[in-house]
Ligand binder design. Structure first.
Ligand code: COS
Length: 383
């Protein structure tokens, strides 16, 4: 149920203040420590940030997509690591259950995900199956009233903190491709699960990922998401349609932050006797960034509204993800350029953002996968 405008305004305002007053001052520390302080995690729980998108009847805030992206615009204004911590519980780590879970599964997990008591993680990618997600090799063999999982999942966001994995595994043959994939809800700590060491990443320090290895991991048949075999790939695609919009909104937030910092710096920094903001070549970069971020914001809001109205936004969500993630890459590059030497030095945080935003063009579907989704849907519609 959508919130009334006043309540939504209060929520967005509270998140905005939280970002400005509590998160931005901690950005350097989180990057240096590669960890988010427990006090921040507690504050996020307190504010209900783990359950933004989980329906109210299961203890979440139950935001519509159009409302969720407005909160994501604010969360995007600081280091992506903060958003990443609550990102899976609101997105890929919970939405499979929200969209396709049985009532029992919803009751068992959604309240705990909404409160942040447990962290949800989405285990799709494998060493040999990235963009070609339908070719995954992790197997789930039926054995009486259990399944036995074997395989390795790679680059799994929040796996080191996860209490629950949505695991995509093959119950059919390899030849069946996407049709032979089933989703399982697997609790962390189930015998047969081991975690690899933390991935050493280019950026987004403080956000953690690692391999998740399944060796003869037995789960009850009730762990099949939605109770039906062979539906896992479609669940993953539906979850990603939603996730891609959320990530697009985070890209808009990050771009707006970088533009604000670039403008402030260029109005202060003097060269040739005047603030560099007075120079038209700097103005061109500021203007290009502003226009592109505005375009992405409009795309995201419009697509979110159409999703809430029940329209299939698979193509448009891919358009948003492609445009917004590429856009924030260009904006970050210009931000480094406007800051000059200071942009390359860690103290200003601009180079950190430059590295952090690089991931947006890769995860939840690379730019090339978005292009493929968009063009294939165009051809299908025309035919
Ligand atoms: N919603 C619902 N169903 C969908 C869907 C969507 N958005 N997209 C595809 N499907 C369905 C199709 O309709 C098809 O169903 P049928 O078998 O009944 O016809 C099935 O899923 C398989 O679809 P498709 O043939 O398009 O699958 P492909 O194997 O060709 O893969 C891509 C398509 C490349 C788009 C997919 O593998 C993908 O998104 N890859 C990127 C994965 C990713 O984002 N990884 C990031 C890791 S998670 S952070």
């Amino acid at each position: 149920m959508p919130l009334d405008p006043e309540t939504l305004g209060q929520l967005v305002g509270t998140v905005s203040r939280f970002v400005r007053e509590q998160l931005i001052p901690l950005e350097h520390k989180v990057a240096d420590d590669d960890a988010i302080p427990p006090s921040v995690v507690a504050a996020m729980r307190e504010m209900g940030l783990f359950g933004l998108s989980i329906p109210e009847e299961y203890g979440g805030i139950g935001l519509s997509m159009a409302e969720e992206v407005q909160v994501a615009f604010e969360l995007g204004q600081t280091s992506p690591a903060f958003r990443s911590l609550i990102g899976t519980n609101n997105g890929i780590g919970s939405q499979g259950i929200v969209i396709d879970g049985t009532d029992e599964q919803k009751r068992a997990y959604l309240p705990r995900l909404a409160s942040g008591e447990i962290v949800g993680s989405f285990a799709l990618t494998e060493p040999e199956a990235g963009s070609d997600a339908g070719s995954l090799r992790t197997t789930a063999r039926r054995n009486g009233d259990h399944y036995v999982l074997n395989g390795t999942k790679r680059f799994i966001t929040n796996a080191p903190h996860a209490g629950l994995f949505t695991v995509f595994a093959r119950t059919g043959t390899q030849e069946e491709g996407a049709r032979g994939v089933t989703a399982f809800l697997v609790e962390a700590g189930t015998p047969g699960i081991t975690l690899g060491p933390l991935d050493k990443k280019m950026g987004q320090k403080g956000a953690h990922s690692c391999d998740v290895i399944f060796e003869d991991c037995r789960v009850p048949a009730t762990a099949v998401l939605g109770g039906r075999e062979g539906q896992g790939f479609k669940t993953a695609m539906k979850v990603l349609d939603r996730g891609r919009l959320h990530i697009s909104a985070v890209c808009v937030g990050a771009a707006e932050r970088l533009i604000r910092d670039s403008l402030a710096y260029s109005m202060e920094r003097k060269q040739f006797g005047q603030p560099i903001a007075e120079f038209q070549l700097i103005q061109a970069m500021l203007a290009d960034s502003r226009a592109e971020a505005y375009a992405a914001r409009c795309m995201v809001l419009e697509t979110a509204r159409r999703k809430d109205a029940g329209t299939d936004v698979s193509t448009d969500a891919a358009c948003c993800k492609m445009f917004a993630s590429e856009m924030v890459g260009r904006v970050a590059d210009r931000a480094v350029q406007i800051h000059g030497g200071a942009g390359y030095i860690a103290d200003y945080g601009i180079e950190r953002f430059y590295r952090d935003v690089r991931l947006f063009r890769i995860y939840e579907g690379t730019t090339q996968v978005q292009q493929l989704v968009i063009a294939r849907n165009m051809i299908r519609e025309a035919a």
